[in-house]
Design a protein around this ligand. Structure first.
Ligand code: DHB
Ligand code: FE
Length: 279
């Protein structure tokens, strides 16, 4: 049977693509962020995942306002990165895992999650850059991938409680996959940030740290909040923390924190990074 080795949750911002391309890891602005990653790479070398299930939110590359699924799951042989207009280099295609994708799709629809299934899917910075941070030396990402996309772009958004349930269902479905494969759960987005409007530049360190801690000790804590509450507390784009919640919910049972990092700001965003493992 498949085994979930743990979860990695991380912030994504497009400016990382430029920082990576220009080798700015030691630059004083970027260093506190990049310094979070070596322990995560060390952990990955120990747990040796074969495949990554990645909760992320598309920002208008694959889905736009005309057609925007609440939950979408990729079932492609590969996922292509394309220019989003940020002026950052695109990364080579990421290998898919259609067998795991279809196993998840069947299990989730059986559990009444009415997903959009995508046999072609472009992946944006939210998917590509965290994977590049985890495996920086590999030209092609060494694990196969299954993207799980949650709408945080166009209201109404799925509630925190619903995203938690989605994560739980994904975790259970992975554990029922009859293959001897090691699966890492990844969630990318957040933490607090707001890119537009009168509160542009808003972050909330106290909330972010409480949220990160809650994922270890009280994982459903954030489900008490409505989407409107979360926007108020974390900013219009801070709701991307739903990816962290879904990723945590995919882990069965109690967890321990392997590693965490928190730093404000990178670009406009409070950057968090956390690795959790089942006890
Ligand atoms: C930024 C953050 C994001 O989550 C994103 O998708 C795009 C930009 C930023 O802080 O610049
Ligand atoms: Fe984003």
């Amino acid at each position: 049977m498949a085994k979930i080795v743990g979860s990695i949750t991380s912030t994504h911002v497009p400016a990382l693509g430029r920082a990576i391309a220009q080798n700015l890891q030691e630059d004083p602005y970027w260093k506190p962020f990049f310094d979070g990653f070596p322990p995560v790479r060390e952990w990955l070398r120990e747990v040796k995942p074969d495949v990554a299930v990645v909760f992320y939110n598309d920002h208008g590359l694959n889905f736009f306002l005309d057609k925007l699924p609440t939950f979408a799951l990729g079932a492609a042989e590969q996922y292509v990165n394309a220019d989003e207009g940020w002026g950052i280099p695109t990364l080579p295609p990421f290998r898919g895992d259609p067998a795991l994708s279809w196993h998840l799709i069947n299990a989730l629809i059986e559990k009444e999650f009415d997903l959009t299934t995508c046999q072609e899917m472009l992946v944006d910075h939210a998917f590509t850059l965290p994977l590049k941070l985890l495996w920086p030396d590999d030209q092609i990402c060494p694990v196969r991938t299954v993207p799980v996309c949650i709408n945080t772009v166009q209201f109404p958004l799925p509630s925190a409680a619903r995203c938690f349930k989605l994560g739980e269902a994904v975790g259970k479905a992975i554990e029922s996959w009859d293959e001897d494969q090691r699966v890492v759960i990844i969630g990318t987005g957040g933490l607090s940030h707001q890119l537009d409007g009168t509160r542009a530049g808003f972050t909330n360190k106290a909330f972010d740290l409480k949220f990160m801690e809650s994922l270890v000790s009280d994982p459903k804590w954030a489900t008490q909040y409505s989407i409107e509450d979360l926007v108020e507390l974390t900013g219009t784009q801070g709701v991307e923390l739903l990816m962290w919640l879904a990723a945590r919910a995919a882990l069965p049972g109690k967890v321990r924190k392997v590693h965490a990092n928190y730093h404000i700001p990178i670009s406009n965003t409070a950057a968090g990074l956390m690795v959790l493992e089942n006890l």
